[in-house]
Design a protein around this ligand. Structure first.
Ligand code: SIN
Ligand code: CO
Length: 384
């Protein structure tokens, strides 16, 4: 278990003064840090077809990028290359633990854990990201420079798939050591060059763009065959300009579009399902054969422990205190009675169901039914 130590800074002050505003170095943010994964294990994950990985190298200022899977690293030599593996929380439960201390930000804003292994002199170059990130220094040391957003910076591609930024003025210039954490808000230029062989863990966040929200909404309407209302104009008078779409016409189109998102139930169902869809592949395996409800009850009563699949996105929406709850798990929507709020919270908050929760599930037919369905989807699994 990792505990975040903000030292003299309270969480409230961190959120008010730094979150989405200013970069911050949290020196020794994880005291006595122990890497949850070795570089060899990371290299093993990069050999898997379903896991997204890339190697960025910069020997002699020649930037190269290759995508995995990777079997053999010998061609890259001893320096100036970085292996980056995406969504390691989906595949490596010990590494997934690194996300937990940041759950003061809700599940739906959390993206994934990216881990990089860098040789001396390596980095991905100075760049900007669109998302907030906490970068935890694991083994080794890394020279980091971070600046404030600056509209005068320009972006360029030293390689077709690498976007870098022009030289920037830093407000943080530090050599990070194991357990140090850098918080970098969106749009802040940063550059991390490895001093020796090092591991970096990036807890990344997601913030949907308007384009993606509108596309997701369109997909939701199509999938659910929701046609909605159609444009009407019973008050139409003869036009003097047959080619013109008038401001009044446009205003009615705007209202028609707004009506869709002004429908609270539709918006909730759409957004919950959209935002809980996994972006990267999940390591879900459906049990074969499926479990029966009474088998699950028996296992829970015997003290078996259930874990949640790494990277599984679980959120809920309850519009008013007595309303049914919409529970969203990996894009699936389940309607749960208002009285079951604690059950829903347990599923969303606990990465392992504790003994008391497991016992309460075992005794209640409705909860057992829900849990059996989730286990049979491969979303929760027995670990002991
Ligand atoms: C890295 O871990 O090498 C890159 C992290 C970042 O700058 O976003
Ligand atoms: Co970055």
């Amino acid at each position: 278990m990792y505990t975040l130590n903000l030292h003299d800074l309270s969480l409230e002050r961190f959120l008010a003064e730094f979150w989405q505003k200013k970069p911050l170095l949290i020196k020794n943010g994880f005291a006595n840090f122990i890497d949850p994964i070795s570089s060899d294990e990371l290299a093993g994950l990069a050999g898997e077809e379903e896991i997204e990985s890339r190697i960025v190298s910069n020997a002699g200022g020649n930037w190269q990028l290759e995508t995995g899977p990777f079997e053999d690293f010998s061609q890259f030599g001893e320096t100036n290359w970085t292996l980056l593996v995406q969504a390691v929380d989906h595949w490596h439960p010990e590494s997934a633990q690194l996300i937990e201390p940041f759950r003061f930000i809700p599940n739906w804003r959390i993206d994934d854990l990216m881990i990089s292994f860098s040789t001396p002199g390596a980095g991905v170059g100075p760049h900007l990201d669109q998302y907030d990130v906490f970068i935890i220094q694991g083994m080794g040391k890394r020279h980091w420079r971070v600046g404030m957003p600056d509209a005068s910076l320009t972006q360029h591609c030293p390689h077709p798939r690498l976007l870098q930024v022009s030289p920037f003025v830093d407000c943080i210039d530090v050599i990070t050591e194991p357990g140090d954490i850098l918080y970098i808000p969106p749009g802040c230029p940063h550059d991390g060059i490895s001093v020796d062989a090092s591991l970096s863990y990036s807890v990344g966040f997601r913030a949907p763009a308007q384009k993606d929200l509108v596309t997701g909404l369109a997909d939701f309407l199509i999938e659910n065959e929701i046609n909605g209302d159609r444009y009407t104009d019973p008050d139409r008078t003869a036009t003097q300009a047959v080619g013109e779409i008038t401001p009044q016409d446009l205003n009615k189109v705007q209202q028609l579009l707004q009506q869709v998102i002004n429908e609270p139930d539709l918006l909730a169902r759409y957004f919950g399902s959209y935002i809980t869809h996994a972006k990267h592949e999940l390591d879900a395996t459906e049990p074969d054969p499926h479990y029966q409800v009474d088998e699950i009850a028996e296992y829970l009563q015997e003290g078996s422990v259930l874990a949640r699949l790494g990277g599984l996105r679980c959120c809920y929406i309850q519009q008013h205190p007595d309303d049914d709850i919409l529970l969203f798990i990996n894009g699936n929507t389940m309607t749960v009675p208002a009285g079951e709020l604690s059950t829903v919270k347990q599923l969303c908050e606990q990465v392992q169901l504790d003994a008391a929760t497991a016992a309460s599930f075992a005794e209640d037919p409705a909860k057992l039914q829900l849990l059996t369905m989730l286990i049979n989807l491969g979303y929760w699994y027995f670990i002991e």
